[in-house]
Design a protein around this ligand. Structure first.
Ligand code: FE
Ligand code: FE
Length: 164
């Protein structure tokens, strides 16, 4: 029989902690990616998203507050794996024509993880009646989607250079 001791609110808080951890890890990874590329527009994109990511951390803190919980992280193995893989490929393709393509692909893997999590969190916040939290989560979700789209656009030129 399913336990009734844990409910959607617990799941929401757990996933919030997971994303709090994830965003802080991403905040550490983005400057490395910014440094790794010599392409100006990619550098700018990573720098811009680092600023947005700082806001994502702030928004999560507000969501914790709305939910009446203390802001804290819980280790997110998924983002650790995605970022580790990104670092590995960054090293393997350093100084190569395919480095930017590798960076864009790694960054999109991160954005896609965030998109799935924020989509879920927003839906759960709505279900739990946390309207203001849902709004904040939706704002971040929109920024992750925009970033993913921008990366897709940049991938075209980047991939062409990698193929040449
Ligand atoms: Fe984010
Ligand atoms: Fe992001």
């Amino acid at each position: 029989m399913p336990s009734k001791e844990k409910n959607l609110n617990d799941l929401f808080l757990h996933t919030l902690k997971d994303m709090y951890f994830a965003e802080k890890q991403i905040l550490k990874a983005l400057p490395k990616m910014e440094k790794a590329t010599e392409t100006d527009e990619l550098k700018k994109a990573f720098a811009h998203h680092r600023k947005q990511t700082e806001i994502h951390v702030d928004r999560l803190e507000k969501v914790f507050e709305i939910a009446g919980a203390r802001a804290q992280g819980v280790t997110c193995e998924a983002i650790k794996g995605i970022l580790e893989e990104g670092e590995e490929v960054m090293g393997d393709f350093a100084d190569s024509a395919a480095l930017d393509a590798a960076l864009v692909a790694a960054a999109q893997a991160v954005e896609h993880y965030e998109i799935t999590r924020y989509g879920t969190l927003r839906t759960w916040a709505e279900q739990l009646g946390l309207k203001d939290a849902a709004k904040l989560l939706d704002q971040t979700l929109a920024e992750e989607k925009q970033t993913d789209e921008l990366l897709s656009k940049m991938a075209k030129a980047v991939n062409q250079r990698a193929a040449a």
